[in-house]
Structure formats: C-alpha cells, structure tokens
Design a binder for this molecule. Structure first.
Ligand SMILES: *Cc1c(COP(=O)(O)O)cnc(C)c1O
Length: 471
C-alpha cells in the first residue's frame, strides 16, 4: 500500500470507526471467542506476495472484530474503564501519521513542550500544588516502578544503580493488601524483593492502612537494622476502591524520612471535580502521584500522568547520557526520556490537548459526576432487592455486591450469577474477593454510558438472578 491510497482507506477506517461506535449497543460486550479460534483463522506462515488492501480489511472484519471485547461498549461495567474519545482518537491518528520518536526535546520540540503544558493543565485541573511536575508515562505500572526506584536510590544514598543491592541493609517498602499488583512487580524488578514489601493491615469502611500499624512496622524495622525506604498509598484501589488516609500516610513518611507514592490510577481522574478531592486529602504532602487519564478521562491507552515534587530525584535515578543522546547548544530543555524507563516515547500529550479542548473541563466533570451518581443509585436499588447484599459501599463509581439468597451458598450463587450475566453478554461485570468472600464489582465509567444503560444493568442483574432460581 502506498500513501497515495491512504485517503481511500483512511476514509474507510474513519467511517468504520463511527459505525462501530454507533452500533456498539447491538453487540455482546465480551468476546464470545473460544480459545484458539482466532489463531486457527490466521495462516501459519507469512505471505510471500502482497495482498490487496480490501482482502486484508475483509479479514479484519471477519476474524478480528468478533474476537474483541468491547471496552467502549456503554454497558461495559467490568474492571475499570479504558475510555477512547473521538477527539483523542483523532489526535492519535495524526500522531501516528507523523510517528515521531519523542525521546529528546530536539527529536520533536512540540511533543516535549506540549507535554510540559498539558501536565500542568491537568495538575491545575486536579488541584495539585504548583511544586508538582508531571511526566507522561506509558502506564501506572511504569510510574510506580519509577517511584520505587527513586525510593531505593534515596534510601541507599544514590548508590543502588552503581553498586547493586549486595551488602546493603534490607530495604523495606510499606503498603496495604489493597494496592495493585503493579506494586508487587515494582518491588520485584527493583531488586527489593517481595519479602521486603511489608503489608499493613487495613481497617474501617474505606479499607485504608492502619496508620498506627504502619508506624509500628517502620519502627520495628529500624530497630532490627532494616532500611525503610518508602510508603505506597492508594486512592481508589482496584478491587473495591480502597482509600488510604493520604494525609496520615504522608505524615508518617515525613516523620521517618520516607518517600511516599500515591497510586490513584483510576480515582485520580475524578479529582477534576472538587467534591471528590476529600478522598485523597493530604496528597499535596506526597512525593509522587500517579493517575491514568487513559482509564476514566478519555485519552485512550496509553497515557498515565505521573507527578513528582522533585523530578531531580527521578532524573538522578533514571537519566543516562551517552554521547549519542546529548543535546548540544540548548540549555534548560527537558528530555523526558530521562524521566521514564523506556528511552523511546510516543507523542501522547496531543491526545490530552484535543480531549480537554473538545470537551472542556466542565464537560469531563459532568461525565464523571453522572457516573458516580448512577452507580450510587444502582447500589441503592440493588440493596433493596431481597437476596442482594452490598459488600463494599460505593467509592466514586465503584461498589461490590453479592447474591446470597436464603439457604444457598453465597459464594457459589454469586459466581453462578456472574457467569450467567457474562455469558449473556448484555452487560459485562468482573469479580474480586473481599475478606475471602467472592463478590461482583460494579463500576460505571464508559464515556458514552447513559442512565438507561445503568437501568438496563439493574434489570439484567435482577432478572438473571430470578432465572437462576428457576434453574
Ligand atoms: C489500573 C490500575 C493500575 C495499573 O495501571 P496500568 O496503567 O495498566 O499500569 C495500577 N493501580 C491501580 C489502582 C489501578 O486501578
């Protein structure tokens, strides 16, 4: 295919995208593919000769699309959202057409300067203080890994990269069981080791770290010659939306000279609404904060916003400058590849620029407020239905419930309900465990979701429960 043919197929793709989105409600949310079905439809060997574009596109429609789980479906209530918006998709298309590699300022000044400005726009939108500086990471997992590496280097007086961990005291990092698995991986990859990720028990309805236990754990570790390095707190944990007391966690961190990272990957987007900011009160005391506009906000994957109070600590940990990456004759510029683990970077900030301008902060706030209100409304309706139990109260737009009809095993009934709902495909939900009990998560977050879609979820959940009783 040549660029001269691009307008034809580009127009086809744009039309297809609009039709796809308009027709999403008619599709099952979750792919009904059997394992191996897509692989079997793909030839085992690559073609020696060129295929015409219309053949490739026909195969895309017949082989690929049926194997997609539709994250942009308005009745996607599983996991967390991964929203795409037409304005941000358009920005992505434009970036991809130019395909710049934006590792250094000089490899595309517009990408670097746009990133600085957009991270500052978003900082203002979520009301972080001016002394936070943002960088776009590919994912929250990378941001958390970068934060853990900074914790390690600070605690080791910047010797970890140079000499490794052998012979050093054992580093310790503290978090609850409610934090995301990306925290465990960051601990593994940084060489700190799972045994040195100290789990602090949670308490209260918010399932936040027991702050007295956190402080006691740090003191006990110090007394036994360990080296406490950092605290990882969460606002809106993945399972049930657990929220640590960020102010208290940061105060402990400061008292003990530890680096505090706040994972607000999902919930952080809601902080564009002032009324939700109480959930992370004290965040201005943190050293590092991550939130994913690629989840709720609408800058489709990937675009993770990582804010640091001292980016110098980050670049001291990650920057490396062989001669071929030096930029001569330009002082005071930022090379964002020194702020992140991969060297190469896409031009992601353009998605945020298009999104924020096309919707305005007020439009984005309204979307989030609707989702929170609808989710809370659904929790109230379900609570009133015999056999249903709300197991964790809504945190923003996420709550969990289970189905426990009298005289039946609640775990088995809840699991059976979830399986039947997802096999039907009208809506899509996922599960977690709360204190060992099997529960269903419900979150509202898809950009085009309406109040009617949430009503449809209520009908599906309750009618499926009745159909289970009928056998
Ligand atoms: C989704 C999520 C992550 C992981 O995000 P990625 O960007 O996919 O790495 C981390 N923490 C929390 C709380 C999340 O919800």
């Amino acid at each position: 295919m040549r660029w001269s043919e691009f307008p034809k197929w580009g127009k086809w793709a744009a039309d297809w995208a609009a039709r796809y989105h308009a027709g999403l409600r008619d599709r099952p949310v979750r792919a009904r593919t059997r394992p191996g079905e897509v692989a079997d439809a793909l030839p085992a060997h690559p073609p020696e000769t060129a295929h015409p574009m219309d053949e490739i596109i026909a195969d895309f429609e017949s082989i690929v699309v049926p194997g997609i789980t539709h994250w942009q479906h308005p009745r996607f209530f599983a996991y967390f959202p991964s929203n795409a918006t037409p304005a941000a998709v358009l920005a992505d298309n434009l970036i991809t057409a130019m395909a710049p590699q934006c590792m250094l300022w000089q490899t595309s000044p517009a990408a670097t300067e746009m990133e600085t400005r957009m991270m500052d726009w978003l900082r203002q939108a979520i009301a972080l203080p001016e002394d936070f500086h943002g960088v776009i990471q590919d994912s929250a997992s990378s941001a958390t890994l970068a934060a853990v590496l900074v914790m390690r280097e600070r605690a080791l007086n910047w010797q970890g990269n140079a000499t490794g961990l052998a012979g050093q005291p054992r580093l310790r990092v503290y978090a609850s069981d409610e934090v995301h698995s990306s925290v465990d991986r960051a601990i593994w990859i940084s060489g700190i080791g799972q045994a040195n990720l100290i789990r602090i028990p949670v308490r209260g309805p918010r399932r936040g770290m027991d702050i007295a236990a956190l402080e006691a754990a740090i003191e006990a570790d110090r007394a036994t010659g360990h080296l406490p390095a950092g605290i990882i707190a969460c606002t809106g944990g993945t399972g049930t939306g657990a929220c640590d007391d960020i102010a208290a966690a940061c105060a402990v961190g400061r008292r003990h000279g530890l680096f505090t990272h706040v994972d607000a990957a999902w919930a952080g987007s809601a902080m564009i609404c002032p009324e939700f900011r109480a959930l992370w009160a004290g965040v201005e005391q943190a050293d590092s904060v991550v939130l994913n506009p690629h989840k709720w906000l609408g800058t489709q994957f990937d675009l993770s916003a990582h804010y640091l109070r001292s980016p110098d600590d980050l670049t001291r940990t990650l920057a490396i400058q062989p001669e071929y990456l030096k930029t001569h004759g330009a002082n005071g510029i930022i090379n964002y590849s020194e702020w992140s683990i991969p060297l190469g970077r896409r031009f992601r900030a353009l998605k945020l620029w298009f999104l924020i301008r096309a919707h305005g902060l007020e439009g984005l706030r309204q979307m989030i407020r609707n989702h929170v209100a609808w989710s809370n409304g659904l929790a109230e309706r379900l609570r009133a239905v015999p056999g249903f139990e709300i197991t964790t109260e809504p945190v923003l737009s996420l709550f969990t419930f289970r189905y426990a009809p009298v005289g039946r095993d609640a775990d088995a009934s809840t699991q059976a309900l979830l399986t039947r709902i997802n096999d039907d495909g009208h809506i899509y939900l996922t599960q977690t465990r709360v204190d060992g009990r099997y529960v269903i998560r419900f979150q509202v977050g898809q950009f085009d979701c309406t109040a009617e879609d949430v009503d449809a979820a209520f009908d599906t959940i309750t009618q499926t429960a009745i159909s289970l009783e009928d056998g």
